[in-house]
Write a protein that binds this ligand. Structure first.
Ligand code: AMP
Length: 507
């Protein structure tokens, strides 16, 4: 089984249906996409053999899709890199992955070649060498691969340490695709996806269910996320879906409110990859209507551990909206204690999962693999608890739990309360060393433009909703919170800021 067969099926049944748009311009039909991928596969095979790696270092671009399928047709592994990484960070991943070829966007090819040892095989996407690859005589069909052969080396965002390569097989990607179609959206050739989030990660994985149903892929002309452009694209293409990080959902809503309405062409938004605060999902549901699904997943179990499906939002309680929902199709999920024993309903422990979507380990990193995969279960590093209906609520990553006076405090709980203040735009709660308590709580706050909130107001909001010992001891106001190139708030950096005390402090 080769994941390339999804494209084979689409191109055979719907050869002339649009496969790729750049903005509102048609770039390729499914037949064209298949032919390009098989030509690239032939070219890739000149450089290596099955099992070799092809790195893609590019912003979102139409060529991305043919490159992924080209690598799979050649029986090789794709290694997409986040285009926002520093060339030196990319070079570290490339050293780890040892690719036979590096395909880089026009803006990245030069800096990347300079950061790599001389003679590294960098090909500029859209350049002359790339055009020559597309002119290759295409392979007759994809290489024969086994379900457990590796298809995608997925480098994690490294928010809690060095970026590691999660090894994802053809089986993993197919199981993820089927779970998406089963749980989230029954797609057809009339639907499309807007790739506004990075195709190197979440949005790129969603190429697969859309190809499986011969639906169209839209690459915004801006290469990324511009809320107004996104809504314009929904007006033009109709029946659009997207994967968006929670911060993007908020930006989209604010843009929609400024424009005085959403777009009737917006069909679905899958959000996840980071916490969606209750106040935001409520505002977004009120504004966009029932278009949402939530995923909880991680690179190690791509896009799929638990989730909220469309029907779960109907009459949903606040608890459900603030949760990460129920196990996805084909996934078994448990909450366990430090020994790995399953905990009863209501108790907080580490979330573990297993199923066909879970990676087979980290690339060339046996110690990290042994730590993450134990007894057939993936240890996610996330803390959570189940309710009686089997709905999972995420607390925090185990490393982010604050221990103050010997008691565990989950930052998310305090963040939810502070987000309820109308002036607060962003919040992150961390622990800082405290001689008396071990750790004390500090809240970093970014206020909405022109809005005001005092420490006293925030404190009394906390007192009205959570136990006193969970209140932040200190509030730090910043214009905006530092984020990774994936839009995740960097608590590591905030902790350093707090420790350095190099910031102005109110109160
Ligand atoms: P990554 O592998 O970089 O995508 O990061 C995965 C991590 O993001 C998970 O282990 C969670 O800590 C967090 N995460 C993913 N989805 C959600 C979600 N729906 N709500 C809250 N946190 C999430």
């Amino acid at each position: 089984m080769n994941i390339f067969h999804l494209l084979d099926g689409a191109a055979t049944r719907y050869p002339e249906r649009p496969a790729i748009f750049r903005g509102d311009v048609l770039v390729a039909s499914h037949a064209r996409l298949r032919a390009d991928a098989l030509a690239l596969a032939a070219a890739f095979s000149d450089h290596g053999v099955q099992g070799d790696r092809i790195v893609v270092a590019a912003k979102n671009c139409p060529e991305y899709i043919a490159i992924l399928f080209g690598a799979w047709a050649a029986g090789m592994m794709v290694t997409p890199l986040n285009a926002k990484l520093h060339p030196r960070e990319m070079a570290m991943i490339i050293e780890d992955a040892e690719p036979v070829l590096i395909l880089a966007g026009a803006d990245l090819a030069g800096p990347l070649a300079a950061a790599l040892p001389g003679g590294s095989p960098v090909v500029e996407i859209g350049g002359e060498a790339y055009a020559a690859m597309l002119a290759h005589t295409p392979l007759a069909g994809p290489a024969v691969t086994q379900p457990d052969d590796l298809a995608w080396l997925f480098y994690t965002s490294g928010t809690t340490g060095r970026s590691k390569g999660a090894m994802l097989s053809h089986r993993n990607l197919l199981a993820m695709t089927i779970a998406h179609l089963a749980d989230f959206e029954a797609l057809s050739p009339r639907d499309s996806i807007i790739h506004a989030a990075p195709m190197s990660h979440g949005s790129g994985l969603y190429i697969l269910p859309y190809v499986a149903r011969a639906a169209a892929q839209i690459i915004p002309a801006s290469d990324g996320f511009d809320p107004d452009e996104f809504l314009d694209l929904c007006d033009f293409h109709l029946s659009c879906g997207a994967f968006l990080a929670p911060t993007m959902v908020q930006r989209l809503r604010l843009a929609g409110e400024r424009r005085g309405g959403s777009s009737p062409g917006l069909r679905s938004i899958v959000y996840g990859g980071g916490p969606m605060y209750l106040s935001e999902i409520k505002s977004s549901l009120a504004f966009f209507g029932p278009v949402f699904r939530q995923l909880y997943g991680q690179g190690e179990s791509p896009m799929t551990i638990t989730g909220l499906c469309a029907a779960d939002y109907e009459g949903a309680s606040d608890e459900t909206l603030a949760s990460v929902g129920w196990p996805r199709s084909g996934m078994q999920v448990r909450v366990v204690d430090k020994r790995g024993d399953e905990l009863p309903v209501g108790e907080v422990g580490e979330i573990v999962c297993r199923g066909d979507i879970v990676m087979s380990g980290y690339w060339r990193d046996t110690p990290a693999t042994r730590k993450a995969l134990r007894g057939g279960w993936l240890y996610t590093g996330d803390m959570g608890s189940f309710d009686r209906s089997g709905c999972l609520t995420l607390r925090d990553r185990s490393k982010e739990v604050i221990i103050s006076g010997g008691t565990n405090i989950y930052p998310r709980e305090v963040e939810e309360v502070l987000m309820a203040h109308p002036a607060v735009e962003e919040v992150a709660v961390c622990g800082e060393p405290d001689e008396e308590w071990g750790e004390s709580i500090v809240a970093f706050i970014a206020l909405k433009p022109g809005a005001e909130a005092t420490t006293a107001e925030l404190d009394s909001l906390c007192i009205s909703r959570i136990a006193r010992f969970k209140r932040p001891k200190r509030y730090v106001f910043l214009p905006t919170l530092p984020k990774s190139s994936y839009g995740k708030i960097l608590k590591r950096e905030l902790k350093l800021l707090a420790e350095a005390k190099a910031i102005s402090q109110e109160s």
